[in-house]
Design a protein around this ligand. Sequence first.
Ligand code: SAM
Length: 424
Amino acid sequence: MYKYTDYLANYGRIMQFNKNKTEPFHRWYPFVEGYSKEFIQSIVKEMGERKIVCLEPFSGSGTTALELQNNGIECFSFEVNPLMYLVARVKLENSYVVESVNEWLEFIVRYRETIETIDLKSDFKTLYQSDDKEKWNYNTEVAKAVQKLYYAIKSIDNEIYCELFTVALASILLDVSNLYRNGKCLSYKKDWKERELTETEVFEKFDQKVRNELVIDIQKHLHYSKINNKRKLFNIDSRIGIDEKIADDSIDLVITSPPYLNSRDYTDTYMLELKTLGFVQNNEDIRHLREQTLRSHVQIKWEDMSSVDNRYLKNTLNDLEIASKETEMWNKSIIDMIRLYFVDMKIIFKTIYKKLKKGGKVYFNVSNSAYFNVLVNTLEICASIAEEEGYFVKEIRKARNLKTSPQQKEAIGSLLEGVIILQK
Ligand SMILES: C[S@@+](CC[C@H](N)C(=O)[O-])C[C@H]1O[C@@H](n2cnc3c(N)ncnc32)[C@H](O)[C@@H]1O
């Protein structure tokens, strides 16, 4: 029913963050769930040479706002996760001076040597090592080294550089810890108990990150831009924040990739950084953060009974109800999550519509999902909900065919990731 266009060759390589890992600024924090800057460049090219204002409702590590800033384009963005918000803020800052980075690094090097005792305390049971535990995220020497860096960075009395070095520290935490990111969650590295990383090695990793990436990028690639998208980045739930912060009929272009309907909880994925850097202090803070994120995971039992009155969605939910009775359900909340994910999508489409100028366009990157051997055609359901909100669905661009889980492979095959192009 919708017009599909084949962008597999164009988008195939650029819909993942991997390409950003060697790019100045973008490489400062190894984000997983982003797209590459080339995706943004390709859209800028399509828009042609005209002054436009953009909106990014799910900023993540800030790829959209940064690449638009580098192209002289204004962009408002929203991100609920405080770690991602910080990463994006730091990458968008364009007043760094290389001499100051070096001076503050010297300050950190001196300061960390003066700290003699570190008392490792946390409300999180498995964060630090102790005799009564079977597992812990950091070995004691590593934890102390990380804390020394943390205290030294917190003592920088300049917010811009304090934030810059916090991101440098965030970017090495997983590497020095006993964990690795394993798809949706964090798992323990092989032989983690035998890993003996010294304080000096932790400090070296931090110093190298600063010298080999931050200093080089600032020295070689930082150019002052009149456009400052950092001031337009908000650490708020976009379902509420967009309406509060953005004027109606003011946006020309929306580029975004919301959390996919894959039960991935971003709070979980970045839990180590969130805990270590004090963004969350206890389980109550974690719960609060999860409540503010889009309902694409099952880490919370959602009580909301609302749904979207959409034919495609209703059929899919019916199929899922039937199939779930025949399959061993690994979590009973899955169908609630799917229903509520589209309630959130409707809120987003509705809000964006109000903010777009007439003729304004939306590039919405998302992928299909599958549960209990039933395809959830997220691309078409989203397109259809958007249409009901008043948009014209111009096309769905096929970007990549993603692997599905081994359980779903036979019935479903691969899952299409695409970009829905909408116009007001
Ligand atoms: C797929 S990622 C975006 C990646 C981004 N395009 C990039 O390249 O870095 C989706 C982001 O949406 C954020 N998010 C989830 N729920 C949100 C909400 N209610 N408001 C704002 N951001 C939210 C997540 O924390 C995550 O960083």
